[in-house]
Design a protein around this ligand. Structure first.
Ligand code: ADP
Length: 271
């Protein structure tokens, strides 16, 4: 790996002294190249559904007399449009959570609401695949943060658990206090699992173990990147355990809201 420097030479006063400033540009170049790769990936991901929509629109035009064909192609158009819409939504969410700014909304959040909301939003998909969603008790545990973002993160984990599991299996959501400071929100599936060598990369934007399978399930490839950033922004982390062929557990580890009486007396102000 070569390092890159910008060198600046400036004359100092009248005694012929020069000041040499060397600035390490390696990191800057790395960030720049990641940004370029991301833009290229986004363009590519957008091109696929847009191209499909164009083609389908043309096909429908040519098949206007064939009612059955029109129905079939417009169904596929809706599917591609839905894919485009979730990609754009995920890009917006990601841009909100990957910056350094503090959370816009930061107040006490009850985990039972987060779990109930996330489970609700995944229920239809789970039912359509005969997958049982089982949520354990949350024991009134609260954290601090943005409820909507926490629901989004948990929903992404449950969605993945459903998408990467065979029909008729079970997805369990559990909450437990891990020590005095942290709570662990876990999603366990009996799905296909993730090969060990891939575990490090699955949190990268657009990284997929099996791109064909991800597309087939309507995945955007951004879900786990969003989960990781939501966890970090809340002062926590996300941990994955997985065995190929037998299932995975994704755990959101978040700081507990201290059970300090002063916290309840002085409710956190909304931003
Ligand atoms: P996607 O939209 O493709 O699901 P994610 O960022 O949510 O994107 O996940 C990245 C990749 O990690 C997925 O494409 C899949 O290969 C793998 N993955 C995520 N969750 C699971 C899971 N519960 N079981 C097996 N593989 C998973």
């Amino acid at each position: 790996d070569s390092r890159w420097f910008a060198v600046r030479v400036a004359p100092l006063g009248t005694h012929g002294l020069v000041l040499v400033l060397a600035e390490d540009l390696t990191e800057l170049r790395r960030v720049e190249s990641i940004r370029r790769d991301f833009a290229a990936n986004v363009s590519h991901e957008l091109k696929t559904p847009v191209g499909a929509l164009l083609l389908l629109a043309e096909t429908i035009e040519g098949a206007a007399d064939d009612e059955e064909a029109v129905r079939r192609f417009s169904g596929r158009m809706q599917l591609e449009a839905a894919r485009l819409s979730s990609l754009v939504q995920d890009l917006i969410t990601l841009s909100h959570v990957q910056g350094d700014e503090p959370l816009a909304r930061d107040r006490p959040v009850a985990l039972d609401e987060v779990v109930a909301d996330a489970v609700d939003r995944c229920r239809m998909r789970a039912e359509s695949r005969s997958i049982e969603l089982a949520a354990g008790p949350t024991e009134g545990i609260r954290v601090r943060g943005d409820e909507e973002l926490l629901v989004t993160a948990l929903r992404n984990l449950v969605d993945n658990a459903v998408a990467y599991s065979p029909e008729g299996t079970r997805v369990a959501i559990s909450v437990r206090r891990s020590d005095d400071e942290f709570v662990e929100l876990s999603v366990t599936d009996q799905g296909i699992g993730i090969p060990e060598r891939e575990l490090e990369r699955i949190f990268e934007r657009f990284y997929r173990v099996d791109p064909a399978r991800s597309r087939q399930t309507g995945g955007t490839g951004l879900g786990l990147a969003i989960v990781k950033h939501v966890a970090t922004k809340h002062g926590g982390e996300v941990i994955v355990w997985s065995r190929e062929g037998s299932g995975s557990t994704f755990t959101l580890r978040l700081p507990l809201l201290p059970e300090d009486p002063r916290v309840t007396e002085n409710p956190v102000q909304e931003a």
